[in-house]
Ligand binder design. Structure first.
Ligand SMILES: [Zn+2]
Length: 297
């Protein structure tokens, strides 16, 4: 599939999925981030049309040469680190679930969470809009659904766990997705969402440079309050909403630091290379990714 040229596309004005309002006030003009006049949720003013989304999340998205702006540098190469993070997170989540049953990962990318869940005794499957990803996970022998979550045909009260890792901010229908997750979960089933926290200190401190902003990609910017209110209004019991970290290498750390402090990042990157620390891994919690755990009543 040919790469997508965003500049040639006609963008669509975003309607707030939480309250249906089309009107919005400018919030961060340079980034075209607006605030819904109906409910106050922050979102991009315009988005890619649905017809372009599949091409946007092509193989190139997972091997991006400018991952600070779009996608991932080399997603497949980072598999061991990503899996390690998922193991740690799922172990925590399992405390809230009586038995390991059926899990569905929305926005499953290359299926690393599915792999981890299976290794931990779950029956797991995934859904993604990316054909590249679904082809990949099927080639690994996993069950994958291609398309939008809203179009998934599945029976109600079916899953014990639905996960949305770095997904909900990309969705054009976040509220409807949370509603759908509610209907597909069994009673006492758990919904997990990890997404940038727009009300976090790093978001305030770094302003327009905050790494939570990604044009065309991150459509909604949620505060903890926004998501907490949303899950509770849809009938979930909010178990917790805490900051989540992940395992990264010093090389990744220096790369991301470059978004905020380019000169310092170059110095640190040089130091890591000199001392051969670049590939050393550590657990880093930047205090700007919220992890929501909610239970279906
Ligand atoms: Zn709204």
């Amino acid at each position: 599939m040919a790469d997508l040229s965003v500049s040639e596309l006609t963008l669509e004005k975003m309607e707030c999925d939480f309250c249906g309002t089309l009107e919005a006030e400018p919030l961060i003009q340079e980034l075209k981030v607006v605030s819904c006049t109906g409910c106050g949720v922050a979102h991009l003013e315009e988005r890619l049309p649905d017809s372009a989304l599949q091409q946007f999340y092509s193989e190139h998205y997972f091997n991006s040469d400018s991952s600070g702006e779009k996608g991932y540098c080399d997603y497949l190469r980072d598999k061991p680190l990503i899996k390690r993070t998922f193991h740690k997170r799922l172990k925590e989540i399992e405390k809230f679930i009586p038995s390991k049953g059926k899990a569905l990962d929305i926005g499953c990318a290359l299926g690393f969470f599915i792999e981890v869940a299976r290794e931990r005794g779950w029956s797991a499957e995934g859904l993604d809009i990316s054909e590249y990803c679904i082809d990949h996970i099927k080639s690994e022998g996993f069950k994958g659904h291609l398309g939008l979550f809203q179009n998934l045909q599945s029976e109600e009260n079916h899953y014990d766990l639905i996960t949305m890792w770095d997904y909900i901010e990309h969705s054009t229908t976040p509220k409807q997705d949370i509603e759908k997750a509610y209907s597909l979960l069994k009673k006492d089933g758990i919904l997990i969402m990890a997404t940038p926290d727009f009300s976090s200190l790093p978001a305030k401190l770094f302003g327009n440079k905050w790494m939570g902003f990604k044009d065309h990609e991150h459509l909604y910017y949620f505060s903890k309050k926004d998501l907490n209110q949303c899950v509770e209004s849809l009938g979930f019991e909010l178990i917790s909403n805490k900051f989540a970290g992940k395992y990264i290498s010093f090389e990744f750390f220096a790369n991301r630091l470059g978004l905020y402090f380019p000169l310092l990042s170059k110095f640190i990157d040089g130091f890591f290379k000199l001392t051969r620390l670049s590939n050393v891994k550590f657990y880093c919690n930047p205090w700007d990714i919220q992890l929501v755990i909610a239970k279906k009543r």
